[in-house]
Design a protein around this ligand. Structure first.
Ligand code: GLN
Length: 189
């Protein structure tokens, strides 16, 4: 079982480090061939406008969209959540999303970099106490379609959702010392 981390831009090294700490051997994905060799994919945080352009220029946009639509286990965090949503609010006019989860996601919804914050989330799938979630220029979900489960909210706004094999988080589990989030993703693959 090979787990890939999309490594075009953003916090991919931190995700790979978490996965490695849990005994996985993550593959950095930058080409369609590398994508073809993985069974699951993490889309990291970073800058979703840049990442969507790089997905196009690396000829990865359509292959990633197809693999995710076919049911590849996928985790998107922050910018990764934005990219995996059906509708991007406050995106660049030409910004494309992968439309894997039927949600409308607003970029920078909690404010700018200075409005970054941490929150304790009680997550049903992660027994053992609250998960400390780090939000950096984070999005939140404004519309949730049928078939999407909301797993956590902050101030009433969905920040963790799942549809089929795709999980999207507005926060950065890869930046905390708590490996339970990645452990749960690996166990679900
Ligand atoms: N605001 C960023 C974007 O629009 C996401 C921030 C992040 O991934 N930490 O892509």
């Amino acid at each position: 079982m090979k787990v890939g981390v999309l490594a075009l831009q953003g916090a991919f090294v931190a995700h790979a480090t978490c996965l490695r700490s849990l005994g996985a051997d993550p593959v950095e994905v930058r080409t369609p061939d590398e994508l073809a060799g993985v069974d699951a994919l993490v889309l990291p945080g970073g800058e979703s406008t840049t990442m969507s352009m790089l997905l196009e220029s690396a000829a990865l946009f359509d292959p990633v969209a197809e693999r995710v639509a076919e049911g590849m286990p996928t985790l998107g965090t922050c910018a990764g959540m934005i990219l995996l949503g059906r509708e991007i609010l406050d995106g660049r006019p030409d910004q494309r999303g992968l439309a894997a989860v039927d949600i409308s996601v607003r970029r920078n919804a909690f404010g700018r970099q200075v409005d970054s914050f941490e929150a304790d989330l009680l997550l049903r799938d992660l027994p053992g106490g609250p998960f400390r979630a780090i939000f950096i220029r984070a999005p939140f979900v404004e519309r949730v379609g049928a078939g999407v489960e909301v797993l956590a909210t902050v101030d009433g706004h969905p920040v963790l959702c799942r549809q089929g094999r795709v999980t999207v988080a507005a926060f950065h589990p890869e930046l905390s010392d708590d490996l339970r989030f990645h452990d749960h993703f690996l166990k679900g693959i």
